[in-house]
Design a protein around this ligand. Structure first.
Ligand code: AMP
Length: 289
C-alpha cells in the first residue's frame, strides 16, 4: 500500500526477484486492458485519466481471476490492491476460500512534496515496462530493454500530470490510507516503511520489516473477528431488529419449556412427585393414628 509515486511498484519488482513470486499490480492489469482496447479498458480509461477508482466489483473479479493462475500458488505481492475497505473485505473472503492468508500489509510512507517531484519525473518504458525517473533514475543504457531493442521507449503516464496527481494523492489519503489501515489495524499485519531515500536502502527496510513480522497472526484467522464486529455495529444501528430477535428468543425458550416431547425427564419427575403427594398421609390422618 502506498500513495501514487511512493515506489511500491518499483519495490514490488525487487521483491519479485528476492522471493521469486509474481507481482500483481492492478494498475498494470488495467493499463493492459486499456492498451488492448478491451471493454474493461475502454470503461476504465476515463476513470484512470481523472485519478478515480474503478469499481470494487470489477477489481475483485480481476484479482479473483489473477490469483487463480498457477504462478500465484506459491505466493504473490499485491501492488495497488486493495484500495478500499470493500476490496479489503472481499480479498479476505477470497483468501480464506483459497486458504492463502496474507503475511503482511505494508504501507509506504513519503511526504506529499516529495511525491509530486517523483511523479512529475516518472517515465515508463512501453516495451520492457521498467519504471524510471528523469531526476533520480534515468533510463538505463542499452542493452537492458527487450531483446533486439537498443533503446527504451519511455513515456509519461497521462495520470502523472500535476492536477491528476493532486487528486490521486487526496483520494489515496481519504479513500485508501485511512480506511484501509483502519481495516487491517487489529490484524497485527500492518507494517510501515519509510520510503524516502535510496532504492536499495528502502528494499532493505522492507525486507527487514517483513522478516521481523514472521509468525504474526494472520488475516484469515481474524476475518471472523472483523465480521463479528461488523454484525455488532449493524445490530446497534437496528434497535427494532434487535428487539424482534429478543422476542423470538423468548418465544423459543417458552416453546421448549412447553414441549412435552423435549422434556420427558422433567415430566416423569412431575408425575412421580404427584403420586408421592397422593400417597403421603395427611397431617390429620397421622394425628388420628
Ligand atoms: P496504479 O498504477 O496502482 O497507480 O493505478 C493506476 C490507476 O488504476 C489508479 O489511479 C486507478 O484509477 C486504477 N486502479 C488501480 N488499482 C485499482 C484498485 N485496486 N481499485 C480501483 N482502481 C484501481
Amino acid at each position: 500500500m502506498g500513495a501514487p509515486g511512493s515506489g511500491k511498484g518499483t519495490q514490488a519488482q525487487r521483491l519479485v526477484k528476492h522471493f521469486d513470486i509474481p507481482q500483481i499490480s492492478t494498475g498494470d492489469i488495467l493499463r493492459k486492458h486499456l492498451s488492448e482496447g478491451t471493454p474493461l479498458g475502454l470503461r476504465a480509461k476515463e476513470i484512470m485519466a481523472a485519478g478515480g477508482y474503478v469499481d470494487d466489483a470489477t477489481m475483485l473479479a480481476i484479482i479473483r481471476e489473477r490469483l487463480s493462475q498457477p504462478d500465484a500458488r506459491r505466493g504473490f505481492i499485491l501492488d495497488g490492491f486493495p484500495r478500499t475497505v470493500t476490496q479489503a473485505d472481499g480479498l479476505n473472503k477470497l483468501l480464506a476460500e483459497l486458504g492463502t492468508p496474507l503475511d503482511a500489509v505494508v504501507f509506504f510512507e513519503v511526504d506529499n512534496e516529495e511525491l509530486m517531484k517523483r511523479l512529475s519525473g516518472r517515465r515508463v518504458c512501453e516495451l520492457c515496462k521498467r519504471v524510471f525517473n528523469i531526476h533520480s533514475a534515468p533510463p538505463s543504457v542499452p542493452p537492458e530493454c527487450v531483446p533486439g531493442r537498443h533503446e527504451h521507449q519511455v513515456v509519461q503516464r497521462p495520470d502523472d500530470t500535476e492536477d491528476v496527481v493532486r487528486e490521486r494523492l487526496r483520494k489515496y489519503e481519504e479513500d485508501t490510507r485511512r480506511p484501509v489501515s483502519g481495516f487491517y489495524s487489529y490484524t497485527g499485519l500492518v507494517r510501515t516503511v519509510d520510503a524516502d531515500g535510496d532504492m536499495a536502502q528502502i528494499t532493505q527496510r522492507l525486507l527487514d520489516t517483513l522478516n521481523a513480522g514472521r509468525g504474526q497472526p494472520r488475516v484469515a484467522a481474524l476475518a471472523a473477528k472483523q465480521r463479528a464486529a461488523k454484525r455488532r455495529v449493524a445490530s446497534k444501528a437496528k434497535p427494532a431488529a434487535r428487539a424482534r430477535k429478543v422476542v423470538r428468543k423468548k418465544v423459543a425458550r417458552k416453546a421448549v419449556k412447553a414441549s412435552p416431547k423435549r422434556r420427558p425427564a422433567a415430566r416423569k419427575r412431575a408425575v412421580v412427585r404427584k403420586l408421592a403427594r397422593k400417597a403421603r398421609p395427611t397431617r390429620r390422618a397421622s394425628k388420628r393414628r
